[in-house]
Write a protein that binds this ligand. Structure first.
Ligand SMILES: Nc1ncnc2c1ncn2[C@@H]1O[C@H](COP(=O)(O)OP(=O)(O)OP(=O)(O)O)[C@@H](O)[C@H]1O
Ligand SMILES: [Mg+2]
Length: 235
């Protein structure tokens, strides 16, 4: 079988939301941002979330990764219910089970590429030297072996996003959550980053959920979830 035809077999449910609601209180007014979201995402899926600005896409992604708490309803990752986790458990989950990629990379300016990638390991209190080989492999995957000693300001936008993707991978999480990962890149660089994410999905079997405004970027995934006014309107 040709490499391009390689298929991951979809596994068990890795993310499950049930009647997920998020309401913000502004003064006396309740703003319902997410309304009864029920999603099932399988292990190894590459899902794109699309919808108008302000429809609740980022809010949804942050709830999926435990960066924010729902008003009601539940999120389960790999069978674990987030709402019953203590803060400490949840931050461990965010470091080990989920990798985040953001539009503006969120790298630490005075750390070089290697140290930015190793940050989750450092924060986890693990030994850096146990991860040297893993770091070499990941630098190779994202094509930054020759830039390992550079700092973010010495890198292009696409290179910085590839560092952020490497950082999301170092702890080998099952799930990568990406909020407009190519939103700040030109179209050619954006395509390269999307190709990289697709490879990580196919070759490493990672589950990827990305929010995007670009239908080109969305088409790298296997499924598109449309969100409008806080509801899933179409899959
Ligand atoms: N902390 C907050 N307090 C009050 N309202 C909020 C808060 N965060 C988000 N909202 C509101 O929730 C709605 C959804 O925001 P969200 O960031 O999820 O949209 P989005 O779909 O990601 O939009 P975009 O495509 O522009 O990034 C918006 O109307 C926003 O004003
Ligand atoms: Mg957003």
């Amino acid at each position: 079988m040709e490499a391009t035809q390689q298929q991951v077999s979809l596994g068990e449910t890795i993310i499950l939301t049930e009647n997920l609601n998020k309401t913000y209180k502004l003064g006396t007014e309740n703003v319902e941002v997410l309304k009864n979201i029920n999603l099932t995402i399988k292990q190894g899926e590459f899902v794109s979330i699309m919808g108008p600005s302000g429809s609740g896409k980022s809010t949804l992604l942050y709830l999926l990764g435990g960066l924010d708490n729902p008003t009601s309803g539940s999120v389960k990752i790999a069978g674990k219910e987030l709402s019953v986790m203590k803060d400490k458990e949840k931050s461990i989950m965010r470091r080990r089970d989920v990798g985040f990629v953001f539009q503006f990379y969120n790298l630490i300016p005075n750390l070089d590429v290697e140290d930015n990638i190793m940050l989750p390991i450092l924060l986890d209190g693990k030994k850096i030297k146990d991860y040297r080989k893993k770091l070499d492999d990941i630098l190779d995957v994202v094509g930054l072996t020759d830039r390992r000693k550079y700092t973010p300001r010495e890198l292009s936008g696409g290179q910085q996003q590839r560092v952020a993707i490497a950082r999301a991978l170092i702890n080998e999480p099952e799930v990568i959550l990406a909020d407009e990962p190519i939103g700040n890149l030109d179209s050619k660089t954006g395509q390269e980053v999307m190709e990289l994410l697709k490879r990580i999905n196919l070759e490493n079997g990672k589950t990827i959920v990305q929010v995007t405004h670009s239908s080109d970027a969305a088409s790298y995934g296997q499924r598109i979830i449309y969100v409008k006014d806080g509801k899933v309107v179409e899959e």
